[in-house]
Design a protein around this ligand. Sequence first.
Ligand SMILES: *Cc1c(COP(=O)(O)O)cnc(C)c1O
Length: 451
Amino acid sequence: MERKILLSEKEMPQAWYNVAADLPTPLAPPIHPVTKKPVGPQDLAPIFPMELIKQEVSTERWIAIPQPVQEVLKLWRPTPLVRALNLEKKLGTPAHIYYKNESVSPAGSHKPNTAIAQAYYNKMEGVTRLTTETGAGQWGSAISFACAQFGLKCKVYMVRVSYDQKPYRKSLMRLWGGEVVASPSKDTEAGRNILAANPNSTGSLGIAISEAVEDAAKHEDTKYTLGSVLNHVMLHQTVIGLEVEKQLAMAGEKPDVLIGCTGGGSNFSGLVLPFVPLKLKGRPDLRFVAVEPTACPSLTKGPFRYDFGDTAGMTPLLKMNTLGHTFMPSGIHAGGLRYHGMSPIVSHLKENGLCEAVAYAQNPVFEAAVMFAMTEGIVVAPETAHAVRAAIDEALRCKAEKKARTIVFNLSGHGHFDLSAYDAYLNKQLSDYEHPEEAIAEALTHLPKMD
Ligand SMILES: *Cc1c(COP(=O)(O)O)cnc(C)c1O
């Protein structure tokens, strides 16, 4: 029995798959917050390069991956698909469990797949400096690495609570040449406003996005980058699922359940979107499961509505599952899953019954991650641990039903910078938190009016 299913460099995808070409109903367009009309390319031009704006609205099925982007991706791609034989044995399940190991990238997660593409297109259009926000620091390190590859400057607004809790992610960004400040910061009007109202603000992704967008809008040489949520990010991540398709075929497997954790939806999309045509044509039983924390349940509890992407209300309105842009996350350890919204593509799939969502609390999630580390050896990121929990539960269901199904989950990142979270779990210091219904109801009263 082969554990690792490996592709050669020559078998790496040459084009990204754009699901917009195959969706049964079209995606709702992003809306201008003032005019309430769909945003045009000229509205986005101050913050994004034109090539990415085109990808954002494209309905072409295949978009060629530029050669220089492929060359950088080859530093770690194709990534292995691995059969979790030890975990299967431990669970005593007839299921076949596979994981796609995206933790082998330089930054330790799937995020460089889009960071490299975004840095490249900005470079080609004469941009010299990029800004972004980062929560747990995964995206900030991915974009710092990408900027180093293409000779761009980079400024990262890092959510205050992570800035204080994750000093090594900060070191990683700095060693790849990124400049890092804690958000809210004094460097932007958005940051200064938040600090004036609450000097002890621990920050949020929404606030950090406001700061990074403002910085880009105010500097001629600078554009903004986002590590998740937007359509072009989902597009760049499809290299994951395209590789998995080939790898499963090599192993003689047909997938039954595909699983990914969801913060903004990009690693989940990267895995499942290339399988959407298969689900639509002939495999309606193929299941896509998005896994989120009970502390930030945008897909399981947030309604499908137009909302801002940031806290200050500067971005276009996106139709998505949202907890409201005023959402303040609790301090759970899966920092990358603490965003109030969700990718419009993932939200659209959910709305149309093409994917399902489940939410888990922290303790069962870390319990699964520890079992995975004990059996398969890899210490996964707290975000990824959500996908591990769901994969284990699916495998246990297979055991109860005496059914052999093929389960694939996306191992979106390693947890080498998250060991303090594991310590907290092992010391029984983690609390299970459920985002209260009243807080959701209150936040929804602040959604933009659409009529
Ligand atoms: C950022 C991150 C996530 C969440 O973001 P998505 O866009 O939903 O994928 C999940 N896992 C890891 C390791 C991350 O770094």
